[in-house]
Write a protein that binds this ligand. Sequence first.
Ligand code: ADP
Length: 477
Amino acid sequence: MEKDIFSLLNNRRKPLFTETVRRIVLWDIIIFFLLFLTSNIFTIAITNKILTNNLDDRLTNEVETLLPSFQIQQDTIKFVGYSEIKEPDFTTINSGAFFLQVYDINNRLLLNSDNIRAFGSIPFNKPDISEGYKFENITSGEHKLRVVYTPMFDKHNHVAAFLQLSVLRTAYSSVMTKIVYFNLLNLPFILLLIIFVSIFLAKKSYEPLNKIISIAENISAANLNARIQYTAHPQDELGRLRDTLNNLFTRLETQINQISQFTDNASHQLMTPLTAIKTELEYILKRERTTGEYKDTLVMLNAQTDKMISIIKSLLIIAKYSSGSEAGKNVFKVSQVIEDFIKPVFRNQNINYEIADNLYLRGSSEGFQIIIENLIDNAVKYSRDNPTVAVNAQSFNNNIVINVEDNGPGISNEEKEKIFERFYRTASSIKENIPGYGLGLCLVKTIVQSMEGSIKVEDNSPAGTKFIISFPAVRVI
Ligand code: ADP
């Protein structure tokens, strides 16, 4: 059933355009529009500037050729270059024609070129200049004109008149209109091109991602040892994605293996007492038994049930302390817990305590009791011939260090690594039939870690085992 759902999900048809591709295309279009708009404004502004400069250059050149045709006689200005303004430039009306008007300072017309009469009037706006040129754009009827004004002087060097020279802006306007039309006509094609190109680019850039996704989709719980094989630099986004997913798969694989190992071990450990109970029950039920025999069976059943309860209790405690940090909760005094709860449990054993007085720890004091009880219990249990155990606790470099030492058989270096694993028991303890389920040290390590501490095991000298636990010290004022 589960497999069906997975294969259904994997075989789901991929949409032609995913949400991400659509979003990228939309952004591309918005950005393109903004670029198109600004580049058009920019082109129009630049073209406008260039064309206007050209017109202004033509006008000033012509004014400079015209000015010598004016002569100052007494107080008046005389025009002597009639041949100049009889040329076609001043008589016809086309895009190359010049329109000349000269007005005195009282706005009286002194002179105009022939083409003005045919063209109609050109407005004269008396300029507020006393030298140089003044340019402006004016409209006459439906015609647009570029105009230059320049003052003319009498012999006292006073402004006596203004020369106005105009040209039509026909060519100029048509260039501008062409630019705008050209852009507007091309817009739909460019837009289509942008849409296709951005779809293509978006799909192309997501191709490796899709490849990684489809490889990842094919990695299921059944083949968790498979890894994504994709060539990319580890610093590259896709390389990082590949490594992150592969690391995740590794962690999942380890955890799933641990879980299945744990289920195996737990079932095995629980199966032993259950099988013993079942065998005993089958045996006793075969025929009528004496009261004594029934009693023996009940005692045996009781012992096996105790075993199961002990295993399940340990597993429950491990689960409880694995689920979250116990640090940050209560603060308790180490010597007091030892005095009140540990010493009474081991009062018949030869245990030497050396506990500094003012040591405080943060966490569950109940958890701390389980730690110390288990370590002392093991020390006593495994050094059967010589159960002398030393427990000492002192403060060292902002840490509280607690040692539990014995003079027992010790633990080989290869097994030191494994004794904290769930259900692990050393070969010698199995061989010697020392009771236990291999859960005690796993429990101890889990609680130590939940209190933000650490635990290690060393050889004791001259012989035996030394467990060293270290916790961050708590300052109590
Ligand atoms: P259990 O004692 O129930 O077997 P533990 O998790 O407490 O499980 O210990 C794991 C293994 O570590 C034990 O089987 C034992 O072989 C070894 N061990 C633990 N403490 C000692 C010790 N003090 N001396 C020698 N071996 C020890």
